[in-house]
Design a protein around this ligand. Structure first.
Ligand code: GUN
Length: 305
């Protein structure tokens, strides 16, 4: 058996960002509008800081306005809601993202649902979740959208294929399953209570895993020729003392069996950010006619409250 083709998420995301940068420039030349993305981060979680830095870097790279609000972990829910209200009413901001997880004293759903659905570039607002569930256009969550783009690079037609999604989170698993269903896959969602996960995997033509459990998916769990998309991100200590990331799949074993496979890093991760930028552009297109951005990169460090 030949080894799987590696799906190069890095290269596909780079091409998507080039397209987005071109559209951002066209929008500015035509309408004088610069798409603006505001990211809010509470606390000191190192992984969240890494993600937010990347989001900011790539937003700037494609010519968007990037505003990062760094708040202390003790920030009250009321204060966070006030900031969201301010950003909802800011004509230079088209996309708002609150980095998750949030500290335990904050009601995550209250915060997500306070974001104007048209600026909800994560697609987590209950209105956007409902739109996706009922096949209406809205904001689609970035990681599942990125996975669909990767899948379409290796499969002409998804209809009728058996897809297994491991993980039932609101961020990945559930919206992923809805997108696959929209493409007429026969979809199964597995989770911590699923029995015989290995057999579920063996039945899948498309296997998408978002469990956050290294080496969960073994080589002999995978159907020969299947497309394997690894969304897992677990931070690990590398031999050189640095921090690296690993996925959910036993990559070396699974690549001997699968038809296509994403690496970690360099697979889904870059696509998530490319799709965030695409959603921000989409939001800006929907809100054209509002003011142009004045300052392109802003970091707002809020004092401890
Ligand atoms: N934390 C982990 N993934 C995500 C994501 O896609 N969006 C937000 N807001 N927080 C996250």
């Amino acid at each position: 058996m030949t080894a799987a083709k590696i799906i190069d998420g890095q290269a596909i995301a780079a091409r998507n960002r080039e397209d987005i940068a071109r559209e951002v420039a066209e929008m500015f030349n035509r309408d004088g509008v610069v798409p603006g993305l505001a990211v809010i981060l509470l606390g000191d979680d190192p992984a969240s800081h890494v993600y937010v830095r990347s989001k900011r870097k790539f937003a700037k790279d494609v010519g968007m306005k990037s505003v990062v609000h760094l708040l202390p972990a003790e920030t009250s829910e009321a204060e966070l809601l006030r900031l969201i209200d301010q950003l909802n009413n800011d004509p230079e901001i088209h996309g708002i993202l609150v980095q998750l997880p949030l500290p335990g004293h904050i009601d995550k759903n209250a915060v997500i649902n306070a974001i104007d659905p048209e600026k909800d570039v994560d697609g987590f607002h209950v209105e956007n979740v409902g739109r996706l569930a009922t096949g209406q256009d809205g904001m689609t969550p970035c990681t599942p959208l990125g996975c669909m783009i990767l899948l379409r690079t290796c499969l002409d037609d998804l209809a009728g294929r058996k897809a297994l999604v491991i993980g039932h989170s609101n961020i990945v698993g559930k919206p992923m399953a809805r997108l696959l269903l929209g493409a007429f896959c026969t979809v199964t969602i597995a989770h911590v209570k699923t029995k015989n996960l290995d057999d579920e995997c063996r039945a899948a033509d498309i296997l998408i895993t978002a469990a956050g459990q290294p080496n969960l998916v073994k080589g002999d769990w995978v159907k020969p020729g299947a497309v394997v998309i690894d969304v897992g991100i677990t931070r690990i200590n590398l031999p050189d003392g640095k921090i690296g990331i690993t996925g959910d799949v036993d990559f070396d074993a699974v690549k001997q069996v699968a038809g296509h496979i994403t690496p970690v890093p360099g697979g889904v991760g870059p696509m998530t950010i490319a799709c965030l930028l695409a959603n921000t552009l989409k939001a800006a297109k929907g809100l054209i006619g509002h003011a142009a951005a004045s300052t392109l990169d802003v970091e707002v460090d809020h004092p401890t409250v």
